[in-house]
Write a protein that binds this ligand. Structure first.
Ligand code: NAD
Ligand code: SER
Length: 319
């Protein structure tokens, strides 16, 4: 991993993955790209940036060749709630983008990181400690694109020898960039609302349990699986990774330890609730632990403390 391209780099993950990769591999060796145009300082300002639609094969190939890329972190996608609103567009971006990234990787011998999700599971999947290999019959367009993406990555590895790797992320909690329209976004919004207004109206029901992870752990998982010894990987793609799981009510309780008057009420959004109800309560990540040494650093308590501290500093202009 010497010359890296990140697609969808301006999103929730890319905003923290790109700086982390630049610290590790050198700013000039990490090309950030997104379909959106931004001011340079929004992406760290200290490395190359390309405006790139990942569904355009020729442009993708041109950028990969011009920058001598050997590894693509393919983050560009529509998240679950947006994908359910615009399923046809979601198929085009999520599958069209991944297919073209894999084709470019096949032609140029790049490695590819593909982030799957708890959304790759469905109502028929065992809900507690969901195994690595189990029933995957999601009933959302997002989930359909994630399962198809996992399979396509396996296929490109087996058929063409492309070094594809990936994890299934839980909902991600972070303060640098806002989430992009997912079902787990409440777990970020709640921190903003707690600090600004000491109250929050949650769009998921109080006892909806979901797997979650703090962004520093997600970044470590992403880099960790790509740096892992390939000979030890049995699964390669779609490793379950887990750190914590909680309900909105449990998260509110934890925030109340720091902001005692914090109040939460519930106005359930039926679309996002039904997506959440189809996802696991918790994942079994033993394959990731055994095959490449995955261990999370943050739990609910340490994540909540750090999130409140960092977000407060950011919102008051000290961060
Ligand atoms: P995000 O929505 O915050 O960012 C996605 C980025 O992709 C955006 O900046 C958007 O402008 C860009 N994009 C959209 N269409 C594009 C196109 N055609 N070409 C190039 N760029 C395009 O998403 P994120 O939260 O950073 O997630 C990144 C990846 O990780 C996605 O595949 C997502 O499914 C997966 N994932 C995220 C989470 C999470 O909680 N954030 C959890 C599981 C999996
Ligand atoms: N956080 C993501 C979503 O809710 C999970 O993949 O869409």
């Amino acid at each position: 991993m010497k010359r890296i391209l990140v697609t969808g780099a301006l999103g929730q993950i890319g905003s923290e993955l790109v700086p982390a990769l630049r610290r590790k591999y050198g700013s000039d060796n990490v090309v950030a790209s997104d379909i959106r145009v931004i001011r340079r300082e929004q992406i760290g300002g200290d490395g190359p940036f390309e405006v790139l639609d990942c569904t355009h094969l020729r442009e993708l190939l041109e950028v990969v060749r011009r920058h001598h890329i050997d590894t693509v972190f393919h983050l560009a996608a529509l998240l679950s709630a947006v994908a359910e609103e615009k399923p046809q567009v979601a198929w085009g971006v999520n599958m069209g983008g991944l297919y073209r990234v894999l084709e470019v990787a096949r032609q140029t011998r790049c490695a590819v990181f593909f982030p799957s999700s708890i959304g790759a599971f469905g109502p028929g999947t065992p809900k507690d400690l969901t195994p690595q290999d189990t029933v995957q019959r999601p009933n959302t367009m997002y989930g359909v694109t994630k399962v198809s993406g996992e399979l396509l990555c396996d296929y490109y590895h087996q058929r063409f020898g492309v070094d594809t790797r990936g994890v299934r992320f839980p909902g991600l909690i972070s303060y640098v960039a806002p989430p992009g329209g997912g079902t787990t976004d409440y777990a970020v919004e709640i921190f903003h609302a707690a600090i600004r207004h000491q109250r929050y109206t949650c769009f998921l029901d109080r006892d909806t349990c979901l797997d979650m992870m703090y962004m520093p752990d997600a970044v470590r998982a992403t880099v960790g699986v790509m740096e892992a010894d390939a000979t030890k990987l049995e699964h390669r793609n779609a490793f379950n990774v887990a750190a914590m799981n909680f309900t909105p009510e449990r998260l509110a309780e934890e925030i109340r330890l720091h902001i005692p008057g914090f109040a939460v009420d519930y106005q359930v959004d039926p679309v996002r609730q039904s997506i959440a109800d189809s996802w696991p309560n918790s994942l079994d990540d033993s394959a990731a632990r055994e095959e490449w040494g995955w261990v999370p650093e943050y739990d609910l308590e340490t994540m909540t403390r750090d999130m409140l501290e960092k977000l407060r500093a950011k919102l008051t202009g000290d961060g």
